[in-house]
Ligand binder design. Structure first.
Ligand SMILES: Cc1ncc(COP(=O)(O)O)c(C=O)c1O
Length: 472
């Protein structure tokens, strides 16, 4: 039986949670009636947050009220159907609800003993992702905060593994005095990959950068030549899904050659690796399953809540070598999957919960439909913009579209006008990103589960309207 104090506390908690839930529902319901980006006055109003730390607390309901009335209008509807910025999915309902429940559970997924439910879902969700992506059943991995972190985890594991083959124990002895490592990657490698290479002590500026095709994939012949030239410990960092064009490196040719040369192959597949889960697009990443490690986001194309990604590895021992942490108070957990010994974090959100919920709800065919649907919508987008006179700068094969509107200045102006117009949201880039003569482009990424034909038609019409009014 609850005593009076506990009952009162419970009732107060219930009220706060109901208030939070109602505010969340109101926010979601209001999305379709507002512009994708907040207005200048909504952004100005955020200054209401900028007060000194309250000396004596505030009622939770008041705190929530401020969040809803000031914070809500300042958000971007990046979880809506007409947001095409960066590579951004919106949490699908099952994932969102699972996240709310997970927040009430508030589990620490570091150790199985800390949450049997989190441990059970972690093991199943990793296995399902490995299966969906067509990797060998022996592959395993860890949840983490994003593909950037997954790339770092993989680079550390790769570094330690290639040096272990030389008899050098990085975890015990550090890098200084050890054999040096060659990293081969493409000139279009993602910024997070460069960062991971730097953070792993391998030198951002020491990489062998291989030239790409005009589509942004590593040039096969140049890649094979770079691999043939290696001598000593080597990591080849490839990419599934160029962040601008969506094109992937030629895995089927490069991975076997890299392995013949004794190299470790990592694949940054933040969003592009999901092509492997879609039979109609899987040929874009043919051969990718032969790599040694992969980074893939769940918070992008799988449409689960931030933040969520996986670092996957063909041989789990190579993760355990680098990520293990021991302490007298930590149970030995022999034979169990121990998340804190597979990644960078000890304490961690049970990210598997939402991924499990998304995959359980979608199933294999639902994931394939999600991926194919986005790709088909990207093609529709490109077609309509081309019919309207714009220029698409690459072959549209996945969910990414780069568009130019005449001169660089005009393209910049159209991007700015579209962001202000509010019908949809698109960012900008330069293409080819690594070339001095790169052209300005609008960058469209179709990644949200809610986007429909009608959203694409409305967005394409708005973009062309903004261009036409600038041109006249
Ligand atoms: C190819 C690629 N790699 C890595 C990342 C970084 O992912 P995250 O933002 O989840 O860290 C991105 C983000 O867009 C990406 O497109």
């Amino acid at each position: 039986m609850q005593d009076g104090v506990a009952a009162e506390r419970h009732a107060a908690q219930e009220e706060v949670l109901r208030r939070g839930h109602d505010a969340a529902q109101r926010h979601l319901a209001a999305r379709s009636g507002r512009p994708v980006a907040p207005s200048a006055s909504d952004i100005e109003a955020l200054s209401a947050f900028d007060i000194e730390l309250p000396t004596h607390g505030t009622e939770p309901l008041q705190t929530l009220d401020l969040l809803e009335t000031v914070g809500g209008p300042g958000t971007i509807t990046s979880n809506g159907p007409r947001y095409f910025g960066f590579v951004t999915g919106g949490a699908q309902p099952a994932a969102m609800a699972a996240a709310a429940l997970a927040s009430a559970w508030d589990q620490n997924a570091a150790l199985p003993v800390m949450s049997p439910t989190a441990a059970a879902l972690d093991a199943v969700a990793v296995r399902w992702v490995v299966d969906l992506l067509g990797l060998a059943p022996s592959a395993t991995g860890t949840f983490c905060g994003g593909a950037s972190e997954a790339n770092l985890i993989a680079m550390i594991a790769a570094r330690d593994a290639v040096l272990a083959k030389e008899g050098w124990d990085v975890q015990a002895d550090g890098l200084a005095g050890g054999p040096s490592i060659t990293v081969i990657t493409s000139a279009e490698t993602h910024a997070s990959m460069k960062k991971a290479i730097g953070l792993a002590g391998l030198g951002r500026d020491q990489c062998v950068l291989v030239e790409t095709t005009p589509q942004g994939a590593m040039d096969s012949a140049a890649g094979l030549e770079a691999i043939a030239a290696v001598d000593g410990p080597t990591i080849v960092a490839l990419q599934a899904g160029n962040v601008n064009t969506g094109h992937s490196d030629p895995f089927a040719e490069l991975i076997p050659a890299a392995h013949d040369a004794g190299a470790w192959v990592h694949v940054d597949g933040a969003f592009g690796l999901w092509a492997a889960a879609c039979p109609s697009r899987a040929d874009l990443v043919a051969g990718v399953a032969g790599a040694d490690s992969w980074a893939v986001d769940a918070h992008k194309w799988l449409n689960v809540n931030y933040d969520s990604a996986l670092a996957l590895i063909a041989d789990g021992d190579n993760l355990a070598r680098s990520m293990r942490a021991d302490g007298a108070y930590l149970p030995s957990s022999a034979g169990e999957r121990v998340p804190m010994n597979l990644g960078l974090q000890m304490s961690q959100r049970a990210r598997a919960i939402e991924v499990w919920a998304a995959l359980h709800t979608l199933g294999r065919s639902g994931v394939a439909d999600l991926i194919e649907g986005s790709c088909a919508l990207a093609e529709r987008f490109a077609e309509q913009l081309v019919v309207g006179g714009a220029e698409v700068l690459h072959d549209v094969v996945l969910n990414q579209v780069l568009v130019a509107f005449g001169s660089d200045d005009m393209t910049d102006a159209v991007i700015d006008a579209v962001q202000k117009d509010g019908t949809c949201w698109a960012g900008g880039t330069s293409w080819p990103a690594h070339q001095p003569n790169a052209r300005k482009a609008m960058r469209l990424s179709v990644s949200g589960w809610e986007t429909s034909d009608a959203d694409i038609d409305a967005a394409a019409a708005a973009i062309l309207r903004c261009w036409s009014s600038l041109a006249s």
